[in-house]
Design a protein. Sequence first.
Length: 291
Amino acid sequence: GAPSCSGSRSHPFEFERSRSESSGDEDDEEDDEEEEMEEEEMEGDPGARFGTDDGELDSDDDRERMINLAELTPYILCSICKGYFIDATTITECLHTFCKSCIVRHFYYSNRCPKCNIVVHQTQPLYNIRLDRQLQDIVYKLVVNLEEREKKQMHDFYKERGLEVPKPAVPQPVPVSRGRPRKVLGSVFRIPPELDISILLEFIGANEGTGNFKPLEKKFVRVSGEATIGHVEKFLRRKMDLDPACQVDIICGDHLLEHYQTLREIRQAIGESAVQDGLLVLHYGLVVSPL
């Protein structure tokens, strides 16, 4: 065993001795050749530069990353119903997205975004929402069978109630005409011109013994200027389930209003002091009618 061991060490020593006996110029030439060889190896083998085993550059096209659906779930869930988006609808003011049915139902009693609490619109928050069809397509592609289940539920809902199942909207082709292109406008919801007064109903309290009543959920109302204070009182009684013995007093500014007065007359008579952000502000209180 010893001879073979010593013999294996003889070669490095001889190599070092031969190098020491060579001239300085030869050493320089050999160093240059070794550096050139290392540069060629680095250029010919990109894997050496980037530390890859197969010597190929990594790219997005060569590899596909598998993503767990749980990583994307927070971005495709409605914060109101905690389910996947159905008819994804985005608020244009803050870009938060919800199911269409969820956000429309929410705006029945509030004009603020349920996520960030920003005021979407003073009187008509439904004006500032838009369907996000691209996001809905993404949700349907990510969640297996979600679209089929939703279509089946909608079909069963209408069938159980004897209603005609609505057909999916098919985009109509735009006719091509010569000359200047015409701007095609889609269907836009417009407020009827007769609904020309927006009112804000503010509750100022109820005296003792008034009884149980529901708080008014919708305090922003758009009505005709020909509507009277009597109409407003009927609206309040119906929405709050008021007892007939309960008296409703409606005030604008410092004026106690009469049943026969119209909203347009009140606005003209009291002037801008009764208007706040374009809304006619009416305060109402509840008292027990005297026997």
